[in-house]
Design a protein around this ligand. Structure first.
Ligand code: NAD
Length: 322
């Protein structure tokens, strides 16, 4: 099976490629991967097993239609992770988010349509629904994104739906909760707090720390994405939830415990603009229809993640430390 993976040098895309080539994702016999990535500030080829002969890395842009039309023939499937992914950056400036997350998704789907390539799994986020005070969203909940990041992802989701509904392109959408694990960019909460605490530095906690997020290990997300690719249905949306809700304050307490850092290193800072209070996904569909269940308990996954950053100081010590 020849799979083109976009955003393959990022956090989740690279985990997917590593797992695929390590034989950890059943249902893709003799996988070969084309890893397409623009290598923005967020992409890092050190995340990929570049020496593996089954992997071809291509530096390129998902907005580049001629490139995609050249690359896609011969592929059996596409998994689309490429995105601008950091909410704080989207508040500073949203143009790159609209370009990659909306226009890039449209360009990729257009190229898939013209070359007859599919299925395409479009990777999206729980953030497209906005914020929910109680209960959990099902896949038919209205999209009400609040940040420019979330709005650009929702735009990509709607374009994906339209290519399925109008053209019959086989597109499936996943919407996942917050991921954690090794190889994540240092700007994101868990690697940022972990590496700062390991270095004895303060960590900035937004507002009161009451915002609730559902945390899922990146390998569970990749298993879910692969189930959707191998067993999902064209045009369907699948939630991928972690089931482990924590406030940011509770998560910070766990990281303090795992790094052995004192609580005095936590600084409360002004809240993020428009900060969503709570996200929660009902993931009954993927569990019942595709047999998905997360395998990594949060306690174990968090401990392993902190240990990974502790054991890989070259990933963070000499780098710009946000
Ligand atoms: P990331 O920022 O770590 O990686 C994104 C990758 O996309 C980078 O390697 C970057 O170089 C590449 N890229 C950016 N613009 C590109 C372009 N125009 N053309 C080609 N490549 C480009 O992000 P991530 O955390 O791995 O997220 C991957 C996907 O999963 C995104 O679509 C994101 O919205 C979604 N998602 C992430 C989370 C999470 O918690 N990280 C949760 C739910 C959904």
């Amino acid at each position: 099976m020849n799979i083109l993976v976009t955003g393959a040098a990022g956090f989740i895309g690279s985990a997917y490629v590593r797992m695929l080539l390590a034989g950890l994702l059943p249902g893709a016999e003799h996988p070969r991967v084309t890893a397409l990535d623009l290598l923005t500030y967020a992409g890092n080829t050190d995340n990929l097993p570049l020496a593996d002969p089954r992997l071809t890395f291509v530096r390129g842009d998902v907005c580049d239609l001629p490139l995609l039309l050249r690359l896609l023939p011969g592929h059996d499937a596409v998994v689309h992770f490429a995105a601008e992914s950091h909410v704080d950056r989207s508040i500073e400036g949203a143009a790159d988010f609209v370009r990659t997350n909306v226009q890039g998704t449209q360009t990729l789907l257009e190229a898939c349509l013209r070359t007859g390539t599919g299925p395409v799994v479009h990777i999206s986020t729980d953030e497209v629904y906005g914020s929910i005070a109680e209960g959990a969203w099902t896949e038919d909940a209205p999209l009400a994104p609040n940040s420019p990041y979330a709005a650009s992802k929702a735009g990509g989701d709607l374009i994906a739906r339209s290519y399925w509904r109008t053209h019959g392109l086989d597109v499936r959408i996943t919407r996942c909760s917050n991921n954690y694990g090794p190889y994540q960019h240092l700007e994101k909460l868990i690697p940022r707090f972990t590496t700062r605490l390991l270095a004895g530095r303060t960590v900035p906690l937004y507002g009161t720390g009451a915002n609730v997020r559902e945390w899922l290990h990146v390998e569970d997300h990749c298993r879910a994405v692969h189930l959707v690719l191998t067993k999902g249905t064209a045009g369907s949306v699948y939630h991928v939830g972690g089931g482990d809700d924590l406030t940011n304050a509770e998560l910070t307490d766990r990281l303090l415990g795992l790094t052995g850092a004192p609580a005095s290193l936590v600084r409360h800072v002004a809240d993020r603009k428009g900060h969503d209070l709570r996200y929660a996904l009902d993931d009954t569909r993927i569990r019942e229809e595709l047999g998905y269940a997360p395998a990594v308990p949060l306690d174990e996954g968090l401990a392993a993640t902190v240990a990974w950053y502790r054991d890989h100081p070259s990933r963070w010590q000499d780098r710009e430390h946000p």
